[in-house]
Design a protein. Structure first.
Length: 68
């Protein structure tokens, strides 16, 4: 069965910034991502990247809310 990605991008212009952010976080946690397909990385490493991205975004939001 073929699956298609039906995720809609709310702000398509932000995709390049998020992609850059993903590579920065991957570098920080010691995961070597290459351009294009990265299906060979483990689920644990992918989770570390995504989890750290979310953690940093939440921290940034919380800091901005405290500085208002």
């Amino acid at each position: 069965m073929a699956y298609s990605n039906s995720n809609k991008k709310l702000v398509p212009e932000a995709m390049s910034a998020l992609d850059k952010f993903k590579y920065e976080v991957a570098s920080e946690v010691g995961v070597n991502l290459k351009e294009g397909y990265n299906g060979d990385i483990s689920s644990r490493d992918a989770g570390r990247i995504g989890g750290n991205m979310v953690k940093k975004m939440v921290q940034k939001y919380e800091n901005e809310m405290l500085n208002r």
